[in-house]
Write a protein that binds this ligand. Structure first.
Ligand code: F6P
Length: 505
């Protein structure tokens, strides 16, 4: 029997044992299924596995080679086999390997940070007050999340993010900004992304003569210096990216330039240190004490043993409201695959659909479905123990709601009235940050990065390519002439739609 089949037989055995019963039968469960790593605490006691199912999960971890896979990642081996590359985002935040290539990458990352700090100093000495960061996907979501989560009132720079090719995004972003006090950063690993080039052009034109102030107010972060230079950005204002870092794993690199501008270089370094703490833990902790292993195994349990098709992420902190958006790319672009590394088809389901939003708002939108819908949705609840917002009563209410929801989802409540009955047994993991510091956020994001990687290892897929997004881009390019009326679409439905647009346009 395969490890996955073994998991399913445990799920069948446990079908009549809801989480509330597992907790009754095993009073030590609430504390035994909890782990702490630095600023993170995670409790898995409300997930549906018992001790022997957990044993089976750790057999899977052993057979899939979780520990050696972590080592291969950190040592810079070619874990992105379909593109023949390493995925050394860990080298951006600390020296966790003695492998020569990994050490060389650590040095390159440090040199880029030094240049970035110099640029920040230069901007700080200017009269620039606002920064427009132009990028999309991995060149946007991470910086946007972290800047939004950690920027403090009264920061030296206001940082704005522009991603969508919809011109309304540019119009809204630039409204109210003064070109004489604004600098722009174009972030694109390839410097070939349609959205970023179009929006970058809009911002450059909007800056007008101001673009040349202070020796140049348009910066780039890219692995393609030639294309960035052809766009008109001087090489001394181009920070590097490398093919050994995937876009969605790149916020720790110079892609984090807007983060460092928003929160300061010192706090950016703290963010990296938090991630490095998780890197060391993931690579060094024993399997049973390894938070990353347990998080990944829980995801595999819910997906492959229980067959649950979606996963919610519910941050109970307004500052983390963009975390679900960020995780959607990290998880679904990494794990949305149907072919194994060797090209063979997969016989297990891979990524569930990730979705979510911040509590308590979402309690008043989609939580009804979590409590009484016919689909069981496992959830990661994320809370912050200490808050410095100055509203202690609100914070207690926030935490009370967080704890109440996880409890109600797990335990349910019987009623003779089916409309008022709660089935319970809805799995969740509760992750608590001591406080929302750069260090803790770095650790949290690294936890998800490594959990995603280990899930890919269990499924035998590549977490670091994204060929699935290419076809749509190619088709869109072929349709540009059709939208100008200069060509016809090959596809009859698309042509009918083009005709409709032409009639109404
Ligand atoms: O940084 P680039 O090259 O502009 O790419 C942006 C994003 O586009 C994608 O290729 C597809 O969404 C992502 O993987 C990437 O993060």
């Amino acid at each position: 029997m395969s490890e996955f089949a073994a998991l399913r037989s445990h799920a069948t055995r446990l079908a009549g044992s809801p989480v509330s019963r597992l907790l009754q039968d095993d009073p030590g469960r609430a504390s035994r299924l909890a782990l702490r790593v630095g600023p993170l605490y995670a409790n898995f006691a409300r997930q549906g596995f018992d001790a022997s199912a957990l044993d089976a999960l750790f057999v899977l971890a052993e057979d899939a080679g979780f520990a050696s896979a972590m080592r291969r990642l950190l040592d810079g081996e070619t874990v992105n086999a379909t593109e023949g590359r390493a995925a050394l985002h860990t080298a951006l935040r600390g020296a966790t390997s003695d492998a020569p290539f990994a050490r060389e990458c650590v040095a390159q990352a440090a040199a880029a940070r030094t240049r970035m700090a110099e640029m920040i100093g230069h901007l700080a000495a200017s009269d620039v007050t606002d920064i427009v960061s132009v990028g999309i996907g991995g060149s946007d979501l991470g910086p946007r999340l972290v800047a939004d989560a950690l920027a403090l009132p009264g920061a030296r720079f206001r940082v704005h993010f522009l991603s969508n090719v919809d011109g309304n995004a540019a119009r809204r972003t630039l409204a109210g900004l003064d070109p004489a006090k604004t600098a722009a950063i174009l972030i694109s690993k390839t410097f070939g992304t349609q959205e970023t080039l179009l929006n970058g052009g809009i911002v450059r034109d909007w800056l007008g003569d101001a673009a040349a102030l202070d020796g140049g107010r348009v910066y780039a972060v890219s692995a393609n210096v030639e294309r960035a230079a052809a766009f008109g950005i001087a090489p001394e204002r181009i920070l590097p990216m490398w093919d050994w870092v995937g876009g969605r794993y790149s916020l720790w690199s110079a892609v984090g330039f807007p983060i460092a501008l928003a929160i300061g270089m010192d706090r950016f370094e703290e963010l990296l240190a938090g991630a490095a703490e998780l890197d060391a833990h993931a690579a060094g902790a024993a399997p049973r004490e390894n938070l990353v292993f347990l998080h990944a195994l829980t995801a595999l349990w819910n997906r492959n043993a229980l067959g649950l098709a979606t996963q919610a992420v519910l941050p109970y902190d307004e500052r983390l409201k963009l975390l679900p958006n960020y995780l959607q790319q990290l998880v679904m672009e990494s794990l949305g695959k149907s072919a194994r590394l060797d090209g063979a088809p997969l016989h297990e389901d891979t990524v569930p659909v990730w979705w979510g939003g911040p509590g308590t708002d979402t309690q008043h939108s989609f939580f009804q479905a979590l409590h009484q819908g016919t689909q069981v949705v496992p959830a990661d609840f994320i809370g912050v123990v200490r808050s410095d917002d100055g509203y202690a009563q609100n914070h207690r209410a926030l935490l009370a709601n967080l704890l109440a929801q996880t409890q109600a989802l797990a335990n349910g409540q019987a009623s003779d009235d089916p409309h008022r009955a709660y089935a319970g047994n809805r799995p969740s993991t509760l992750i608590l940050l001591d406080a929302l510091t750069p260090h803790a956020l770095g650790a949290l994001i690294a936890l998800y990065e490594h959990s995603v990687y280990l899930q890919s290892v269990a499924w035998g897929i590549n977490a670091f390519d994204q060929f699935g997004v290419e076809l749509g881009k190619q088709v869109a390019n072929t349709l540009l002439p059709a939208l100008e009326g200069k060509a016809r679409a090959d596809d009859p439905v698309t042509q009918a739609l083009l005709d409709e647009i032409a009639t109404r346009g």
